[in-house]
Design a protein. Structure first.
Length: 211
């Protein structure tokens, strides 16, 4: 089976674990709904994901979204970006773009910044992954139906084996979350953080397509 990179080598992409989408005082509600009872479990799963990757020396890449002060760099061609401007959210240097406490990157880990939906858009993510020689990506973050699914689809399109850690993801609307996981299951694997850790973050299926 042809894949991009070595399928026995994994990297973890942690997407938008930032105050603006995770903290109750954040301005963006597309990641975790206001008052959502699942917030604590999502945060706990995200913490286990990062800790598990570090314990196994698996490369961690943190992707943050941030815009220039005054949102001068925002192409407001859709509701999601117009909402960012209206809420004065995610401005570089603000509290909202900081990583959520406990989910911050370590000094040795890669941090990339983007300002669209896909984590690959105008970033060095693809170059960094190729440098690492990985063939399997584990993705998690907020929102499931936005940055996670868009990044997942791009990664699958260019040849990586891709797994989403579903319990470390969230959408403000649970129906969108579930629908997005169903969509991603057509292109890769959908599993829990604990199941991934149990198999040391390796792909769920072997190269012959068996389980």
């Amino acid at each position: 089976m042809l894949t991009r990179g070595d399928p026995t080598r994994t990297a973890v992409l942690a997407l938008h674990y930032q105050n603006e989408v995770l903290h109750p005082d954040g301005a963006i509600r597309m990641g975790v709904a206001d008052g959502d009872t699942q917030r604590a479990s999502v945060l706990a799963a995200a913490g286990r994901l990062l800790a598990g990757a570090r314990d196994l020396d698996i490369p961690l890449i943190h992707v943050r979204i941030a815009f220039a002060p005054g949102h001068e760099d925002v192409i407001a061609n859709g509701p999601i970006f117009r909402n960012v401007i209206a809420r004065k959210a995610m401005e570089e240097g603000s509290w909202g773009v900081r990583f959520y406490p406990g989910l911050e990157p370590h000094d040795s880990e890669t941090v990339l910044t983007h300002n669209r939906v896909s984590a690959f858009h105008r970033t060095k993510l693809q170059t960094r992954l190729d440098e690492l020689g990985v063939g399997h990506l584990v993705l998690a973050g907020v929102a499931t139906h936005s940055v996670v699914e868009t990044t997942f689809r791009h990664a699958a399109d260019v040849g990586w084996l891709v797994t989403v850690a579903k319990d470390a993801c969230s959408s403000g609307d649970q129906e969108l979350h579930r629908a997005s996981l169903t969509n991603m299951a057509l292109l890769g694997e959908v599993d829990t953080v604990d199941a991934l850790a149990a198999r040391r973050f390796s792909p769920a299926h072997d190269e012959d397509g068996g389980s």
